[in-house]
Write a protein that binds this ligand. Structure first.
Ligand code: GLU
Length: 295
């Protein structure tokens, strides 16, 4: 399961993101990346492999300090682990990190291609960022999400809104963290514990806006809503287990979501679709043994 971290505030965002992503490494991942707001726009740095590879890349680049950014560790569902498929995915004015699966990404992609968009990666996430971009003149997030089927936790940066992170989720985990003059978003509590114990659990399809000094919660109709914060009492080890006594219990309870995430990219219009395996008829005829592996 992938990891998401977002930070806006007085510290160097790059350090907070790398720190947070490191705390989410236990969830497993195949690539990592960050998007950082810079004076001249949003700068994306990403790479296949371990977080240490991303860290070295960032050290080499020595970017100017940034007060706002989003980071991601990816667990590929659409497209192999590679630099280009890694998150964040971006257009010149929007950058996103995404956990989950956009079920109708094929149909959306065709429509976006017809509008003139081109695609570099094989991911459903690139479709999502270009969909948001295509809705840019209106309430971009709201309008794009109305067209999307599937699960997602998203952290979004818009070039025109520096020092602002938008967060939204549907079925995939995402929390918001509060700090004095700084705010956070993350897919799991361990990513935040070094910086804050005050978190907000957010609901499906609400759009939250974080700046260094404010967290605003909105429903999908853009009406402000109120959320109560929760103080996390767990230590780091308990937080990794999500409050369960053992990792085994946590994994058992995560099975429905894990099963759904594994199977749904391979279903199209209710039919099994294994076209990504590029198996032609002859290859299938040569298969003599089929292993069905359960968990
Ligand atoms: N579906 C997205 C991808 O394949 C996100 C995967 C994830 O949750 O890490 O890039």
């Amino acid at each position: 399961m992938c990891g998401i971290v977002g930070y806006v505030g007085k510290r160097n965002a790059q350090d907070v993101l790398l720190d947070g992503l490191e705390k989410l490494e236990y969830r497993g991942y195949d690539s990592a990346g960050v998007a950082l707001t810079q004076r001249d726009g949003i700068r994306v740095v990403k790479s296949k492999g371990r977080l240490s590879t991303l860290r070295s890349k960032l050290e080499e680049l020595a970017l100017p300090q940034s007060s706002c950014g989003i980071g991601h560790t990816r667990w590929a569902t659409h497209g192999e682990p590679s630099d280009v498929n890694s998150h964040p995915h971006s257009t010149p004015r929007v950058s996103i990190v995404h956990n989950g699966i956009i079920e109708n990404y094929g149909a959306l992609k065709e429509r976006l291609i017809a509008k003139g968009y081109t695609f570099a990666s094989e991911t459903d996430t690139e479709v999502l960022v270009k969909l948001i971009d295509s809705c840019y003149q209106g309430q971009a997030l709201q309008a794009a999400l109305a067209k999307v089927r599937g699960s997602y936790a998203l952290a979004v940066l818009f070039k025109d809104y520096p020092d602002t992170i938008f967060a939204v989720k549907r079925e995939s985990p995402l929390i918001v963290g509060w700090g004095e003059g700084e705010n956070f978003v993350a897919s799991d509590i361990p990513a935040l514990l070094k910086y804050t114990r005050t978190v907000y659990y957010i609901d499906n399809i609400e759009i939250d806006r974080l700046t260094p000094d404010s967290i605003e919660f909105f429903n999908i109709d853009k009406e402000p809503i109120t959320r109560e914060s929760t103080t996390i009492e767990w230590d780091a080890e308990a937080a990794e287990k999500g409050g369960y006594e053992h990792f085994m219990m946590k994994e058992i309870y995560e099975q429905p979501a894990a099963g759904r995430d594994t199977i749904s990219p391979r279903l199209k219009d209710g039919q099994i679709d294994l076209s990504e395996l590029a198996l032609d008829e002859e290859a299938i005829r040569n298969v003599h043994r089929l292993y069905i592996i359960g968990w």
